[in-house]
Design a protein. Sequence first.
Lengths: 113, 114
Amino acid sequence: KQEVTQIPAALSVPEGENLVLNCSFTDSAIYNLQWFRQDPGKGLTSLLLIQSSQREQTSGRLNASLDKSSGRSTLYIAASQPGDSATYLCAVKLNSGNTPLVFGKGTRLSVIA
Amino acid sequence: DTEVTQTPKHLVMGMTNKKSLKCEQHMGHRAMYWYKQKAKKPPELMFVYSYEKLSINESVPSRFSPECPNSSLLNLHLHALQPEDSALYLCASSQLRDRGSEAFFGQGTRLTVV
């Protein structure tokens, strides 16, 4: 059974710092991996999608990497801002089609001004 | 348009009420999902629809009844709920093939059962 782990569970950093969020998964045979952001009481916003054949994806200040063989992904946030404060969720999809996502428990990020 | 729209945003219902949650997307996605999320926990899968047919039911109690009337709409009918069913209910959609099956989520319905 696929299990997804996110470390750390919570993180507090001063504004302007670069930071890395970690995600690991037990079964390396994934179809894709997706990073989401969730603000309190809100839905999930898709940040980056990495296909199993890709090594990284970038969007603005965000960069996500994928190492399938070691079962790891990282989300790098450059020059963090208070508006980046949210919970970040990592999720993997095992197959194409309607196979549902398997989520980690998330990392709660606080960026202090 | 990458939007999944859920209504209502908030719902308070009694244990004897019947209510429905609605979800709509116009991205041409043929897979739609219902998730339940409790505070400070990740989303938990409830149901999956593929081509308007129920393909996965994660042993959800029958007081939750999903419906997919067409390829753009997904409903969740609620009846005789318990206070422990209070949660954020999230709808999501994705392509069934091509484009990497990126999942898009709605903003959720905050349900309180009293």
